[in-house]
Design a protein around this ligand. Structure first.
Ligand code: PLP
Length: 379
């Protein structure tokens, strides 16, 4: 089955009770038993719920994995991966991470004796210098948020395998429509389902997808033991979102390209960060591991002026000023004061998250309307 078919049919079957094509929302915490332990596969909804099962199967299918797990948020999914580790273990991650991931690592898990190394992974060989016997996990986000850097997943997976270290990839920005990290050698794929997979800005959810059974069992144990599951209503909404992922992503990419080119040609724009430009430092890797370049773009205004950027964002009419990304509607954000405010100024400026940086999540509206909106706001 190819990708577009998988988004609709992958590992799905009509509901066993009445043949409902969409799985019912099993809004229940518990299930009747005929005798202690005598049940139909479901005992308690933290452990298992039929609507969540359908969604978790769909996650596995679209990422070419064998097992999917749904969580109450993207961060809850990351939290579950970190709970595979123990005190004394070390993690290597890229140095321009989503702000919430950085906060979880440095303000929560660091307190439990886990060490994090934030590394520029433009050249994956740089990772080797940080590897020792305690290194248990490499955490990669690509494209990165908000600088749109690209990390070579296959090359990173080769290093991880050589040293017997788990490789987890945050695939939120790319989605499996653009890249499938498990096929490139990653062990775990993570999503903030809140973004493109949900796609309609109506839920908060996270996902993990793996191939290996023993790893899936360990993560399932953590999911059930820690309990950060999603509810059945949200599982239904995410499943509905997945069915149009491919058509939405195609339009996100088309509109993204048009806007990246428009911004790059505008005299009031300084730098445009989008992996589709041939001049992007990792363009070749993007071309190798991604099908297209996505709908996320960051840019700075001429002279890197904070006030100009803020005024521009305030003047936008179709782009909504808001946190988050990946929905059908176009959003604009100011990373330094919003998504990345939890990263110290010196740290974020090192990676390019300067005060004038604007991040766009290009939606699936008419391209002309979006460009006209940017034109009037830049004017
Ligand atoms: C939003 C986001 C997360 C966190 O997901 P939540 O669903 O908000 O908890 C993690 N990684 C990336 C790249 C994100 O954009």
């Amino acid at each position: 089955m190819k990708f577009n078919t998988k988004t609709i049919h992958g590992k799905q079957q009509p509901d066993l009770a009445y043949g409902a094509v969409m799985p019912p929302i099993y809004q229940t915490s518990t299930y009747a038993q005929s005798t202690p332990g005598g049940h139909k596969g479901y005992e308690y909804s933290r452990s298992k719920n039929p609507t969540r099962d359908a969604l978790e199967n769909a996650f596995a299918s679209i990422e070419n994995g064998d097992f999917g797990l749904a969580f109450g948020s993207g961060l809850a999914a990351i939290d579950a991966v970190l709970k595979l580790l123990k005190s004394g273990d070390e993690v290597i991650c890229n140095n321009d991470l989503y702000g919430g991931t950085y906060r979880l690592f440095t303000s929560v898990f660091k307190n439990f004796g886990i060490t994090f190394h934030f590394v520029n992974m433009d050249n994956p060989d740089a990772i080797e210098a940080y590897i020792n016997d305690d290194t248990k996990l490499i955490w990669v986000e690509t494209p990165t948020n908000p600088m749109l850097n690209i990390i070579d997943i296959e090359a990173t997976a080769t290093i991880a395998k050589k040293h017997n270290i788990l490789l987890a990839v945050d695939n939120t920005f790319a989605t499996p429509y653009l890249q499938q990290p498990l096929d490139l050698g990653a062990d775990i794929v993570m999503h903030s389902v809140t973004k493109y997979i949900g796609g309609h800005s109506d839920l908060v959810m996270g996902a993990l997808i793996v191939k290996e059974k023993s790893l899936a069992e360990r993560l399932y144990f953590i999911q059930n033991a820690s309990g950060a599951i999603c509810g059945p209503q949200d599982a239904f909404l995410a499943l509905r979102g997945i069915k149009t992922l491919h058509v939405r992503m195609q339009r996100h990419c088309e509109n993204g390209k048009a806007i990246a080119l428009y911004l790059a040609s505008h005299p009031k724009v300084e730098n445009v960060y989008w992996p589709g430009f041939e001049s992007h430092p990792n363009h070749d890797i993007a071309k190798k591991q991604m099908k297209d370049f996505g709908g996320m773009i960051s840019f700075t205004t001429k002279g890197n002026d904070y006030n100009t950027s803020i005024k521009l964002i305030e003047n936008l009419k179709i782009f909504t000023l808001a946190e988050s990304l990946g929905g059908v509607e176009s959003l604009a954000g100011h990373p330094a004061s919003m998504t990345h405010a939890s990263i110290p100024k010196e740290e974020r400026e090192k990676t390019g998250v300067v005060d004038s940086l604007i991040r766009l999540s290009v939606g699936i509206e008419d391209e002309e309307d979006l460009i006209n909106d940017l034109k009037q706001a830049l004017g």
